[in-house]
Design a protein. Structure first.
Length: 180
């Protein structure tokens, strides 16, 4: 077996490369999976220094996200999003979690996701949810499941912003969002 030629393998020390080879880890994905499952630290020879070197050069992310470090952005549907956990950034695998804020009196555009199932959980504010042909009030503590392909949108009341947690599986992707 030969180690991958990806950049991380080229930057680590010979000792660490040999340890990875002995452990049967020859691709970046294999190293990342073992790191995420915390199995790497239990392998023979993989002490704090070796794991630290892997964390420095491989795209293994800590599965923790301090809220203050999350930069908001605007999604295709028009809401302001803070991506709290996303595979492209944090190293988790199958889902994403974001906080969406819709300004008081504003709403998102009607849209659907072709592949992703979403779960919305309202943490602050009140508003209206359109889900397929249904329309209903939502407020703090309410949770709504949105099946793939279902048209949906939210509108915040005029009194305060609507804040909700959005969990998507598979993870949110602009390309999976179709505006209607």
């Amino acid at each position: 077996m030969q180690l991958g030629t990806d950049a991380p393998f080229e930057r680590i020390s010979r000792r660490t490369r040999n340890l990875l080879l002995q452990a049967g880890l020859s691709t970046v994905d294999e190293v990342m999976a073992r790191h995420r499952s915390r199995e790497l630290q239990r392998l023979p020879g993989f002490g704090r220094q070796t794991v630290g070197e892997i964390e420095k050069f491989f795209p293994v992310r800590r599965l923790q996200q301090p809220y203050a470090t999350v930069q908001p952005y605007i999604t295709a549907d028009g809401s302001v999003i803070r991506e709290l956990m996303h595979p492209a950034v944090h190293g988790n695998c199958r889902q994403s979690l974001a906080e969406a804020t819709v300004a008081a009196g504003a709403g998102t555009l009607l849209h659907r996701h072709l592949r992703s199932e979403e779960i919305y959980h309202v943490t602050a504010g009140e508003g209206e949810m359109i889900l397929g042909a249904k329309s209903f009030r939502i407020g703090p503590g309410d949770t709504v499941c949105i099946a793939p392909g279902t048209p949906h949108r939210v509108r915040a009341s005029a009194r305060a912003p609507l804040v909700l947690l959005c969990c998507s599986s598979p993870a949110y992707a602009h390309a999976d969002t179709e505006l209607l």
